[in-house]
Design a protein around this ligand. Structure first.
Ligand code: FES
Length: 128
């Protein structure tokens, strides 16, 4: 489930864009290269999306990665145990998609996505 950061032959991070399907709401969100999963979800513009520290410390952005490849940065063990991490339960602010993903938001983030579900596709801030 975990992958290395995609790079070009010159060693620069590749300009990939991945599609993230949110199983809570059925929405699809595009995620830019180098963008966190939380930033992509927040771009949906929904009121009440819990965005806290954006640094892996507060735990409000917990998700479960159901399928796909990601790479991560350090997150608090207070919110993500080793078992959580092995199971793909991660903090969206510390997750960078490395392939198309299917994700289930859990906790407060999941409640907000369910409460505001509209079943639409959002790419780079524009609805299609
Ligand atoms: S926003 Fe605080 S842990 Fe993700």
């Amino acid at each position: 489930m975990f992958a290395q950061t995609p790079t070009t032959t010159s060693g620069q991070i590749a300009a990939y864009q991945f599609t993230v399907r949110l199983s809570n709401s059925g929405e699809t969100v595009a995620c830019k290269a180098g963008e966190t999963l939380l930033a992509a979800i927040a771009r949906t513009g929904k009121k009440g999306i819990p965005v806290g520290c954006r640094g892996g410390g507060c735990g409000v952005c917990k998700v479960e990665v159901l399928s796909g490849q990601v790479h991560t940065r350090q997150m608090s063990r207070r919110h993500v145990s080793e078992d959580d991490e092995r199971s793909g339960r991660l903090l969206a602010c510390c997750v960078y998609p490395a392939s198309d993903l299917q994700v289930c938001a859990i906790g407060r983030l999941g409640q907000r996505l369910l409460a505001t579900s509209t079943h639409q596709t959002i790419h780079s801030g524009q609805m299609r």
